[in-house]
Design a protein around this ligand. Structure first.
Ligand code: CU
Length: 128
């Protein structure tokens, strides 16, 4: 490989990285707002890693997840709610009805969270 082809490869790699980054940027803006499965998560028995927001409460009030696991919040209520870590680790922003927010928990520990518009709504993620 000569210097010229190395350069164009580097250029292509950079362009690809920029494309991926801007794609990721697009998706991250929509995370938790337009996932189609929210309504389904509000019916029947929810998966073990799902926290439902309904009746101005998080259900369950404590959710246990293995390290590396994902917790999904879904707003099953009529009002907008959020999931915000008490220590600022995450903040879903406002979730409309049937919107979802998910987060991977890589660190063991206890992570209390609340709803920003309704601070009396409180619950905890426990990562084992
Ligand atoms: Cu709320």
């Amino acid at each position: 490989m000569n210097a010229k082809s190395t350069y164009s490869f580097a250029c292509a790699a950079f362009a690809a990285a920029v494309a991926v980054a801007s794609l990721a940027g697009c998706f991250s803006e929509h995370v938790g707002i337009t996932q189609p499965s929210g309504e389904a998560l509000c019916t029947g028995v929810p998966p073990a890693n799902v926290v439902r927001i309904q009746d101005f409460a998080f259900s369950p009030a404590q959710i246990n997840v293995a390290r590396g696991g994902t917790v999904i919040w879904v707003n099953c209520g009529q009002q907008q709610h959020s999931s915000a870590s008490d220590t600022g680790v995450w903040d879903s922003g406002l979730l409309a009805r049937f919107a979802t927010y998910s987060r991977v928990f890589d660190t063991a520990g206890s992570f209390p969270f609340h709803c920003n518009p309704h601070p009396f709504m409180q619950a905890t993620v426990v990562v084992q």
